[in-house]
Design a protein around this ligand. Structure first.
Ligand SMILES: [Zn+2]
Length: 558
């Protein structure tokens, strides 16, 4: 009976073999740009070729792309934080200026407390900041309700820069761990370094000779001696790739369905690890070797079908750099030619499908009118489904949904090994993963009739939690864009931005008096806005400057 119930099903042992390779310690956690990441990509390409898929990337099965991953010193260069003759140990931050063209920045050190925009501490220090180097404590005062957005190091840099500071020293007297030097690099126009506990006595002595404790420091305190800050840095650029294979539909097929799963994971615990103090390989067996293995099983099963049954092209994609912010899927969608996008009926994402317990979560069921009926038609009675309408989740399907494509995301839920070194192959349920693969095969079958159309439904984006902003504009920043300004990936229906006439693709270059060069400037501008008070927003649209008046609203409660 079991055999009849699954005539063309996935083979759990095959899935286990795939995961065993991808989540082996030898792959070192598949961090983007690492040798393990490259081996995993080659493994997927080989498996696709063996299953009879056609290469669908610009470079065989590969679609190479690069991502920024923090900063490092330029070759042969040394960074420097010195006060008088004293050299202070420090760490680099991925949002300061490269000072190698002009050389070290001179100035006195000025203590600004926590350096929070609009705070009394900053007001007290303000008069002494011009031409000097601000020293700001990390975090916020105990028990204060300052929003997290204002406590970010980047927000502090912008706050002191607004008052003429020429550099920033971020200071944590009790911890030697700097903010992560990883991911996208912003040049916020003045150099910045981190000083931790180890160099705290030296920094305290420089600011207030003889002082016994930080508590005695008052905002506005200035070093007697001149300081020098030098950060000759460059972005670290990692090369990685998406891996793409196609199973063509029968002749005359004009539409395609995409099935995807991200291939990368956290290496030895990149930022994103929930066990930051453990130096151990994060194998990511469930997250997301399970999804890649299941996708490969689906691809192999699909490629075996008679071509007459294949009414649509199927594109299978293993995405890179998902854990760094959906970078592979964003790259893929950005490069998707308009006619390819137009012929894409749906995208199905498999991210963490290896730990089936009570039920399978299916997100995105509200993104096309037809999803609920299609899913009901293929449901396996022994597989309980939890349907969630939302299509904006923290995984690759969101990149497609934002581009107007109906999506589904299948996953078996969070667990205690999530983003920890314990996410290993021996904890996975391959029988469960195979059943999930079978369910997807059933769905793909239902999606084959060329006359079947899916109707995209635009859902309201859930409000960002804990952003702490007083206002909402209803804009969606395009985190992947490299432009001078902030490009909008979209505007929320009925939001302040849409009402003011802002559009997807606009590049915001000014809000009121503030120039916008990047996301950090944009967030700082947010901090200046008040609900109901109109703001002038200047955008570049098709090389023209367009000035609009936006009335920010209060954020919706959630
Ligand atoms: Zn994942």
């Amino acid at each position: 009976v079991a055999v009849e119930a699954r005539p063309r099903g996935l083979d759990p042992e095959q899935l286990r073999a795939h995961v065993a390779y991808l989540a082996d310690d030898a792959q070192e956690g598949r961090a983007p740009g690492s040798p393990g990441d490259e081996r995993a990509g080659a493994f997927v390409a080989d498996a696709m070729a063996a299953a009879g898929l056609l290469p669908a990337g610009p470079d065989g099965f590969r679609q190479p792309f690069s991502v920024q991953d923090g900063v490092r010193l330029r070759p042969g260069a040394q960074s420097r934080l010195a006060v008088g003759d004293a050299e202070l140990a420090h760490e680099l931050l991925p949002f300061g200026r490269d000072t190698s063209p002009g050389g070290p920045v001179p100035g006195r050190l000025v203590f600004v407390g926590h350096g929070i925009a609009g705070s009394d501490d900053l007001a007290r220090a303000r008069g002494r900041l011009r031409g000097n180097i601000a020293v700001a404590l990390a975090g916020g005062p105990h028990g204060s309700d300052v929003p997290a957005s204002a406590l970010r190091p980047q927000a502090k840099l912008i706050a002191v820069r607004d008052h003429g500071a020429v550099g920033l020293v971020l200071w944590d007297p009790v911890d030697d761990r700097p903010p992560p030097n990883s991911g996208r690099v912003d040049d916020l126009a003045i150099p910045a370094v981190f000083v931790g506990r180890a160099a705290t006595p030296g920094l305290l002595e420089a600011l207030a000779p003889g002082a016994k404790s930080i508590e005695s420091l008052r905002p506005g305190r200035r070093s007697r001696e001149r300081a020098q800050l030098h950060t000759p840095v460059e972005p670290v650029v990692l090369a990685t790739a998406n891996v793409l294979g196609r199973v063509p539909g029968r002749g005359g097929t004009t539409q395609q369905v995409i099935v995807g799963a991200h291939l990368d994971h956290l290496g030895r615990g990149r930022p994103g690890s929930l066990a930051p103090d453990e130096d151990a390989v994060h194998n990511g067996a469930d997250d997301n070797a399970s999804g890649v293995a299941t996708m490969l099983g689906i691809a192999a099963a699909w490629a075996e079908r008679p071509v007459a049954e294949r009414g649509r092209d199927l594109l299978f994609v293993a995405f890179g750099a998902e854990e760094m912010g959906l970078l592979g899927s964003r790259h893929f969608v950005e490069r998707l030619p308009a006619e390819e996008r137009a012929r894409t009926v749906a995208m199905i994402n498999l991210d963490m499908v290896g730990r089936l317990r009570d039920e399978l979560m299916v997100h995105g069921t509200g993104t096309a009118k037809e999803w609920p009926d299609l899913i009901a038609a293929v449901a396996d009675p022994s597989l309980r489904l939890a349907l969630v309408p939302d299509g904006y989740g923290p995984s690759d399907h969101a990149s497609f949904y934002e581009a107007g494509i109906p999506v589904l995301h299948l996953w078996t839920g969070a667990h205690e090994d999530y983003h920890r070194p314990g996410d290993d192959v021996d904890k996975l349920d391959f029988g469960g993963a195979a059943r999930i693969g079978d369910l997807v095969l059933g769905l793909l079958e239902r999606l084959q009739p060329p006359e079947l159309a899916l109707t995209y439904v635009e859902l309201e984006r859930p409000p960002a939690t804990r952003s702490g902003f007083r206002v909402s504009l209803g804009t969606m920043p395009d985190y992947g864009a490299s432009v001078d300004g902030l490009r909008l990936a979209g505007v929320a229906k009925g939001g302040a931005a849409e009402k003011a006439g802002l559009r997807k693709g606009d590049v915001v270059v000014r809000i009121d008096a503030r120039e916008i060069h990047n996301l950090q400037d944009y967030m700082a501008a947010f901090g200046d806005l008040l609900p109901g008070k109109p703001a002038v927003v200047v955008v570049m649209r098709d090389e023209r400057r367009v000035e609009l008046s936006v009335v920010p609203t209060a954020p919706r409660p959630h």
